[in-house]
Design a protein around this ligand. Structure first.
Ligand code: ATP
Ligand code: MG
Length: 732
């Protein structure tokens, strides 16, 4: 019956096929990197559709990033032939959460046009609450409390549920009170934060079993990728949707849930992910079929060997076998490079990229699209960006703080938000005096009090207050103009093309002029960004649609057609693959990151090692690791030690690049002439100019160099992905 089997099944190995074809009951695919887990999910959806078991709208599929969701949709299309008409419930936990919430907002006390606050908004709001309580916000920073709330929400905890100790840990026992006040304030703003995008649906389902039942009937199949990185709240959400109550006859309906994951790639523990969710799967979903995949289709034997040997240093693994038959005598070993500092590191990586572009040893020319630089912390990106700009090499930054987070973009967005959503007080406060209109703190405070006393949004309060004599004439006139502007723009919202309106808003508000008159070096760039912002709106039908998009998406403005090197953090590289992968910055303190060691101890170190495993296993054919002996962070030189992870690589699969001293650097044509000697312990083969490895001092040295956590510099090099967009409504 081979002949009759659909095309999309024919390429699968028997275990993959089993995972695709076992459609009834819970299935867990637990398997290492590159074994085809994502491919199994994609094919499974294709199979469900092709066999007519469900319509696209009856499949709930969760990916870790929006990008992954788009790619999956595309691939499903290819598999079943032609466009998949709408897979409305294929997306990240957050994007699916938004969708549920827009439908049922009123059940949790919001209206369907609620605003999604980003981290900046959240911090500003919390700061107000802290100050309103008369708490010293220098001593108890809003940012810290924002992180605490986020942590509670990841665990699915409402104010009443947070542990007593947690509640006491902030502002002398005011933690719970502030969390409650925060939630109330969000409600009155008709807003929610990222955590609420999951928690509100959970609350809504619990309080409304009939609504939950509708979704039980609706979602015939549920699929989850990167299952190892779900946090408690996500897990609760998933269980609510997947576990159906016994039907009238007392027989449980099958849970058609398929999760795929790899415990060795769990890298979001610091953000509340619970790898234990994998271990609990069989318990929570009795009768689950657990399928293991062992054949890796992605990487060469050297790359797999290096990654496997490294991750074997972790304890508490489920343990998996991985093999490949992709072996070729010409396969390159994993190459370790040394550089003097990060500038040289970037220069050498740039040269290697250009060399591959011109043609490798076999004469094959490589596309930039097939190469990626994966950094541990986002601050490492700048050096590469600078270098590539100099070289004229195209690159794209994936994830991380980018375009939509720039000051001028956020200001402009605040204008647009307020036009669409007049109750958005945070947007109002952001721009009411930007550009300067003579509306000082006193005026804003008066306005704030006026609004609070009447429980109305600030823009509405402004419209009221200008009819009174509460304000000084000058402020009153300025506010009068602001109110008139917004009324006019709101009037134009429905019938003016949105790009035109957006441009008009920026011009008439004086915002564009503010940057035109600004003499600073950044001003021209900011004006360009504003132009780019308007340009990027063209793809949308309305201003509202665009705002929604921006709040959801982090990597949308990338030009997918351009041949370009990808630069991203290791965290955002999850699930991706590239022919050639460059992994810079393998130094103690940076990787493993000192903060992970300080805060996580052994578990922190193991998570760092998993991150290293994720990094290496992104490579299909070539993997280059780098370490530098000096790193400058915000102007301060630090001398560094090679990462302990380098010691943990197996000599069999690794070589050390020859140092090319002719220009004081490394790299060019260097590898292939390894001076790595198999007879010696691997650790002895690293050396850099002017510095010899002194392994016995490592711990102390590391602490001196990186362990001081007082400075802003060290704080900032934190996890590259912890920023607002890193949180990924995507994601991440
Ligand atoms: P990760 O853990 O990194 O997310 P994964 O297990 O999801 O990896 P995939 O990305 O699905 O792995 O697959 C890795 C690569 O192997 C992809 O290029 C995929 O197309 C390919 N692949 C998977 N299964 C097969 C197969 N049966 N035949 C040929 N290629 C395959
Ligand atoms: Mg995958």
């Amino acid at each position: 019956d081979q002949a009759r089997q659909p095309d999309y099944l024919s390429g699968l190995n028997p275990e993959q096929r089993e995972a695709v074809e076992t459609l009834d009951g819970p299935v867990l695919v637990l398997a290492g990197a590159g074994t085809g887990k994502t491919r199994v999910l994609t094919t499974r959806i294709a199979h469900i559709l092709a066999t007519g078991r469900a319509f696209p709208s009856q499949i709930l599929a969760v990916t870790f990033t929006n990008k992954a969701a788009r790619e999956m949709k595309e691939r499903i299309g290819h598999l079943v032939g032609g466009q998949v008409e709408g897979m409305p419930w294929l997306g990240t936990f957050h994007s699916i959460g938004v969708k549920l919430l827009r439908r049922h907002a009123e059940l949790v006390g919001l209206s369907s046009d609620f605003t999604i606050l980003d981290t900046d908004d959240v911090v500003r709001l919390i700061k107000q609450l802290i100050q309103a309580e008369g708490i010293d916000d220098k001593r108890w920073p809003a940012k810290q409390f924002a992180a605490m709330i986020d942590g509670w929400k990841n665990k699915g905890l409402d104010p009443a549920q947070i542990p007593e100790g947690d509640a006491r840990a902030f502002a002398n026992g005011k933690g719970r009170e502030l969390y409650t006040a925060y939630q109330n304030r969000l409600k009155s703003l008709n807003a929610c934060d990222f955590g609420d995008l999951l928690l509100h649906p959970i609350r809504m389902f619990r309080a409304n079993p009939d609504v939950l039942r509708d979704y039980h009937q609706k979602f015939r199949y549920i699929l989850v990728d990167e299952y190892q990185d779900t946090n408690t709240a996500q897990y609760m959400w998933l269980r609510l949707l997947a576990q159906r109550p016994a039907s009238a006859g007392g027989k449980n309906e099958p849970v058609n849930l398929c999760c795929v994951g790899d415990d060795d790639q769990s890298i979001y523990g610091w953000r509340g992910a619970e790898v234990d969710n994998i271990l609990r799967f069989e318990k929570d979903f009795p009768g689950a079929k657990v399928i293991k995949l062992e054949r890796n289709y992605r990487s060469t034997e050297h790359i797999l060997g290096a990654a496997g040997h490294l991750i074997a240093h972790n304890e508490g693994r489920l343990g998996k076998t991985l093999f490949t038959d992709r072996t070729d005598p010409d396969d390159e070993k994993v190459v370790v490079h040394a550089a003097w500092d990060s500038e040289e590191e970037a220069r050498a990586v740039g040269e290697e990229i250009e060399r591959l572009q011109r043609g490798d040893a076999t004469g094959r020319k490589h596309n930039l699209n097939d190469m990626a630089i994966l950094v541990r912390a986002s601050f490492q990106m700048r050096e590469f960006e600078d270098r590539f700009v100099t070289l004229g090499l195209n690159y794209r930054v994936i994830g991380g703080p980018r375009f939509y987070e720039r000051l001028e973009i956020r200001d402009a967005m605040a204008y647009f938000r307020l036009v669409c959503q007049p109750a958005d007080d945070l947007a109002f406060e952001r721009i009411v005096n930007t550009p300067k209109r003579g509306l000082g703190d006193t005026t804003i405070r008066t306005l704030h009090d006026y609004a609070r006393a009447r429980d109305i949004p600030m823009l509405a309060a402004a419209a009221d207050i200008i009819e009174t004599d509460e304000l000084k004439p000058k402020a009153r006139k300025a506010l009068f103009d602001v109110v008139a502007d917004f009324r006019r723009w709101q009037g134009l919202l429905e019938n003016t093309p949105h790009t035109e309106l957006a441009e008009q808003i920026l011009d008439e508000s004086g915002y564009t002029a503010m940057w035109q008159n600004d003499k600073s070096a950044e001003a021209p760039g900011r004006l360009e960004n504003l132009k780019e912002l308007i340009r990027s709106m063209e793809a949308f039908e309305s201003l509202r649609g665009f705002l929604e998009h921006v709040s959801l998406v982090m990597d949308a403005e990338q030009n997918e057609d351009l041949d370009a090197v990808s630069i991203m953090t290791l965290h955002s590289a999850k699930g991706l693959e590239f022919d050639t992968v460059f992994l810079p910055g393998w130094e103690e303190g940076l990787f493993p990151h000192q903060r992970a060691l300080d805060e996580g101890g052994r578990a922190g170190l193991e998570e760092e090692r998993r991150l290293a495993y994720v990094g290496i296993t992104r490579a299909k054919r070539r993997c280059h690791l780098w370490f530098v002996s000096n790193r400058r962070i915000h102007g301060l030189w630090q001398s560094t030690m090679p990462s302990r992870f380098l010691d943990e690589l197996p000599p069999m699969h690794v070589e050390v690049a020859e140092v090319d001293t002719s220009y004081g650097g490394y790299g060019r044509g260097g590898y292939g002439q390894s001076r790595f000697d198999k007879a010696e312990p691997f650790t002895n083969s690293y050396s850099t100019p002017g510095w010899k490895r002194a392994q016995q001092n490592r711990t102390d040295a590391t602490r001196d160099n990186w362990g001081t956590r007082s400075g802003h510099a060290v704080e900032r090099i934190g996890y590259g992905e912890s920023g607002p967009r890193g949180r990924t409504i995507e994601g991440e």
